[in-house]
Ligand binder design. Structure first.
Ligand code: ADP
Ligand code: MG
Length: 869
């Protein structure tokens, strides 16, 4: 393209586009944001808007499409959701004052991880931007929600390659960011491994690869608070490399081009401070997402979330995803939840106040960049009043924990009073020419507005006066933007127009006039209105600045409110679902009396969820091998144990009659491949990789849930692997383990190890029908009841009876093999002593020393013995 031939505006466009090649450029022209060339082709397709053309000075017209500026955010959110970046190019000077082409600049680059429009963000989810820096086998990562100003950092040094990779995977899945920034090292080595659907991945912006001095180069963008907390943070945590942190801050500055005053406090976290749940365990236990829904629905979080505010829901999600391992912190939550569960009236009172609370946590970005509107400030004010009421209720409540919780609420009445003084009671969203400042706040402003109102009365009087003077009853005083004020008279009365009226405009049915008196007043009116509005925005901007200076405290309040909301939600759910407070022990056992599965029971209507007991420890009751027919409830039972354990670590109450839990460090949940195949997620290979991960990482403090592991391959392979895994756990890992299996052959392990116990789920038979009792009992079953289940499922009787015939034949044939397997491979001690002797004899033979005749006889003997088996 010959750029010199382009129109000046197109040259300006391309100059801006050159600087932002990886973003779709929204170029402001009048009331539209226009896109050109490739951006136009792409955007018209993605947004389903009409593609047009515009003369650009070239032979072919430039492809173009556009959206009206006042509805742009909807289109922007669509593009962001599809993983694009959008650069907003605005007019940065008054077009009236411009010489030549109006100056335009990119004022903001919106990316999936920096999008803050609350109208389009999911209010229950944080929108995280994640920055990862890997050097050798160490890494540090930082993630931030730009809409709330939260920012978190962690580092790991000297990991093995697989540890590094696992850690990254788990963190990415846990944080579930909408955008990731990475350094080259990961981009080349790990990119395909950290790739996820819906996550937008950026290498660090190349111009910024050089190291920067945060404080020198970006200092002006940060709040004083943040600068201090950052210095302490680096010092106290002894951090050597924080490149990921620098890069994320730099990225925010480069894209947002505005101060980051709402980023106030950086938190260091360590994944060992939490109960570790890898992605596969979180998925199968449906901790925050249902297996079938892929959304919150059907998850533990869904059961627990009865929050009144979005802030509370987001906080609770963090709690549920990161259960605690610090017993004091767990007790702290338990104590508060217990206090709330005992007083439903109190719950109700607080809940009502919380329902009126605004999402001030997400308001802070608008406070920081100055885009907060008057109605939002009024909402902040109301939130403060409600918080004061909450504080009062808690502080005066007769419970030391609640009192303390109330004390934590900081007093922000001075902000409330300031807003109350300045802003009217129910201000509008847009200011334009609406009055938003309270009468009495500024004398000057009152005077100007009074004049504007008096002017209106003057006009009414003037209209009446002129009607009387001229005798024209239909004479009207009107106003429009082009003519200003004028007198309108319809054609039929034109002969009555007085001499002092001056003609302004002729329309089909009427004429428009002005008089000197009207003109004079118009000047005064417009002038005072203009001054009133500019004075008003001055006052408003001062108020915004004042509030911006209090961001940090507003964030503390948001944190207090979300904490309270999450606690109340857990208390409410405990009351509703009859959960109890679990005890904790240091003896390594988990005891649950009449435990229930929190999610399954929540979906039960008429049916009754059958509760079950659990006792598992690291001694005599360490590994439970659970056999039982299909559909008996094995998976449900095991997951319920895991979920109750997780809930206890969250500090939450649990679904059972009583529970005594010991802290665990990790929970691993593995499901045999074929259980999952239908979802196309799992193969035998993945199943085995996941098992390998357990072998590497499980400790005696872990809880292992193994569900039909080994199923993804042939019977004997699978059986052999399952057997070997259990032995390995019993002998080496020594972790509490629940192992459901259809390999009945495994039940012999109970005899081999003191720590292994067989459990099964009771079934009953009535009139040839199987009945699931759902009760877990000691013992085992060697029947799969597959045909019974098929019958229950409604399969035709002819097929059922034929299947029974076939089964009889197969069982007969296989009986021998089964016996074989037990004798040879498993129960060596029960083997026929004659055969054992023979095998020992074989072992002693030196093949080089025997004669051909001896060899022949030996072979004969082997053949005969094998016929006996
Ligand atoms: P298995 O793993 O033994 O094949 P599941 O655990 O998948 O069986 O359970 C099958 C179904 O039985 C579940 O979907 C649930 O609806 C029901 N179920 C399981 N356990 C219980 C229980 N304790 N009480 C009531 N219904 C149950
Ligand atoms: Mg199952």
């Amino acid at each position: 393209m010959n750029r010199e031939k382009l129109t000046p505006m197109m040259q300006q466009y391309l100059a801006v586009k050159d600087k932002n090649p990886d973003a779709i450029l929204f170029f402001r022209l009048g009331d539209f944001y226009e896109m050109f060339f490739d951006d136009a082709l792409l955007a018209s397709r993605e947004l389903e808007i009409t593609l047009t053309k515009r003369d650009a000075g070239l032979e072919d017209k430039a492809p173009m499409c556009g959206v009206p500026y006042h509805v742009a955010s909807g289109y922007i959110s669509k593009l962001i959701n599809k993983g694009y970046k959008v650069a907003i190019c605005d007019q940065v000077e008054d077009p009236k004052l411009a010489k030549g082409i109006v100056k335009r600049e990119v004022t903001q680059i919106i990316t999936p991880g920096t999008f803050t429009d609350t109208e389009y963000l999911n209010s229950d989810l944080n929108n995280y931007l994640l920055s990862i820096f890997i050097h050798g086998y160490s890494l540090n990562l930082t993630y931030s929600d730009y809409s709330t100003g939260e920012i978190y950092f962690t580092e790991k040094t000297f990991l093995s390659k697989s540890e590094l990779y696992n850690f990254l995977q788990d963190e990415i899945d846990r944080i579930s960011p909408n955008e990731i920034l990475l350094n080259e090292e990961i981009t080349s080595k790990f990119k395909d491994k950290i790739k996820r659907d819906n996550i937008f991945i950026n290498p660090y912006i190349s111009e910024n690869l050089r190291d920067i001095d945060l404080f020198k180069e970006l200092g002006e963008y940060f709040s004083v608070n943040f600068k201090n907390s950052l210095k302490n943070f680096i010092y106290e945590n002894n951090i050597s490399d924080y490149t990921s942190l620098k890069k994320i801050l730099q990225y925010l500055v480069v894209t947002q081009k505005i101060n980051l005053k709402h980023i106030n406090n950086i938190k260091y976290y360590n994944n060992f401070d939490y109960l570790i749940l890898d992605e596969s365990s979180k998925r199968t236990l449906e901790v925050v997402r249902g297996l079938n829904t892929f959304t919150k629905k059907g998850s533990l979080l869904d059961v627990l979330d009865k929050c009144s505010t979005s802030m509370g829901s987001r906080k609770l999600k963090k709690w549920v995803e990161s259960p605690l391992v610090d017993i004091d912190k767990i007790f702290e939550r338990q104590n508060l939840i217990e206090a709330f569960t005992k007083d439903l009236l109190l719950q109700d009172k607080l809940e009502k106040l919380l329902k009126e609370v605004y999402d001030i946590e997400r308001l802070v970005v608008k406070i920081s960049n100055g885009s907060i509107n008057p109605r939002e400030i009024a909402s902040l004010k109301n939130t403060i009043i409600n918080s004061e009421k909450i504080k009062e209720i808690l502080e005066n409540y007769d419970n030391e924990y609640l009192k303390y919780l109330g004390k934590k609420f900081i007093d922000l009445t001075y902000i409330y009073e300031k807003i109350q003084d300045i802003l009217i009671e129910n201000p509008p969203v847009v200011i334009e020419d609406n009055r938003i400042i309270r009468e009495g706040y500024s004398e000057d402003l009152d005077e100007l507005f009074k004049f504007a109102i008096e002017g209106k009365n003057w006009l009414l009087d003037f209209e009446n006066k002129e009607r009387e003077r001229t005798g024209i009853k239909k004479l009207k005083i009107k106003h429009n933007k082009i003519l200003g004020y004028f007198i309108e008279i319809t054609k039929s009365f034109l002969d009555q127009v007085p001499d002092d009226y001056i003609r302004k405009q002729t329309l089909v049915g009427s004429e428009r006039f002005f008089s000197l008196e009207l003109k004079n007043m118009e000047g005064k009116l417009l002038g005072s209105k203009e001054r009133a509005l500019s004075l008003q925005s001055e006052v408003y901007n001062e108020l915004k600045d004042y509030i911006a200076g209090e961001i940090y405290k507003i964030q503390i309040l948001a944190d207090n409110l979300s904490n309270l909301d999450a606690l109340l939600s857990l208390a409410k759910v405990s009351n509703l679902n009859n959960y109890v407070r679990p005890k904790f022990n240091e003896d390594g056992f988990i005891e649950i009396i009449n435990g229930r599965h929190p999610i399954v029971e929540s979906y039960m209507n008429d049916d009754f969820f059958v509760p079950n007991n659990t006792y598992i420890d690291t001694k005599k009751h360490m590994i439970h091998i659970i056999t039982g027919p299909n559909m008996a409830g094995k998976s449900t039972y095991m997951r319920q144990v895991a979920l109750i354990t997780i809930m206890a670590h969250i500090g939450c109450f649990v679904p059972c009659d009583s529970a005594n839990i010991s802290l665990v460090d990790r929970i691993f949940t593995r499901i045999g491949a074929s259980d999952n195949l239908s979802k196309g997620q799992s193969t035998f290979m993945v199943e085995m990789q996941e098992v390998a991960d357990i072998i590497d990482n499980a400790t005696p403090k872990s809880l292992l849930i193994l569900d039909e592991v080994g199923r993804g391959t042939s019977t004997f392979d699978g059986l052999a692997i399952a057997n070997a895994i259990i032995e390995y756990i019993a002998e080496n890992i020594k972790a509490k383990t629940l192992f459901a299996t259809h390999y009945h052959e495994l039940v012999h392990l109970e005899d081999k190890y003191d720590s292994v116990e067989n459990l099964t789920i009771a079934v009953d038979r009535q009139d040839d029908e199987i009945i699931f009792l759902r009760k877990i009992i000691k013992g085992f079953t060697n029947n799969s009841y597959g045909i019974d289940v098929a019958k229950l499922a409604g399969i035709d009787e002819t097929i059922i009876s034929r299947a029974k015939e076939v089964l009889n034949v197969i069982e007969k044939e296989n009986e021998d093999i089964n016996v074989d397997l037990n004798k040879e491979y498993i129960k060596k001690e029960d083997n026929n002593p004659e055969i054992l002797n023979f095998i020992n004899k074989l072992k002693e033979i030196n093949i080089l020393e025997i004669s051909p005749m001896e060899a022949f006889n030996l072979l004969n003997e082997i053949i005969n013995k094998s016929k006996e088996l």
